[in-house]
Design a protein around this ligand. Structure first.
Ligand SMILES: [Zn+2]
Length: 103
């Protein structure tokens, strides 16, 4: 018998122990390990993001890196995170020049 430590599923299997403390960064729901896929799947059906696990067993819990696994691939474009493009600078008050006149 020969064990295969370099199996791609070894990472997810190792990460399975972290599931007790890991939650989905998007919705704070519990995660389940998809060992064959080396992914951590969010248990929230409304979220259902899949986070990949590296070969070292380190789950990449980044929403930006997550892969949506929802059956319905038609998001109503309401959950899309849009970066605030704010170019509004606060009202810059002009410094009050203290006119000190001596002499
Ligand atoms: Zn989630």
């Amino acid at each position: 018998m020969s064990t295969d430590p370099s199996s791609p599923a070894a990472g997810a299997a190792r990460a399975e122990g972290l599931l007790q403390i890991l939650v989905c960064p998007a919705c704070r729901s519990r995660l389940v390990a998809d060992v064959p896929a080396s992914e951590l799947i969010c248990t929230n059906p409304d979220c259902a993001l899949a986070y990949r696990v590296t070969e070292d067993g380190v789950p990449v819990l980044l929403v930006d890196e997550a892969r949506p696994t929802r059956a319905e691939q038609a998001p109503p474009a309401e959950a899309t995170v849009s970066a605030p493009t704010g170019g509004s600078a606060p009202a810059a008050g002009r410094p009050t020049g203290s006119d000190v006149s001596g002499t």
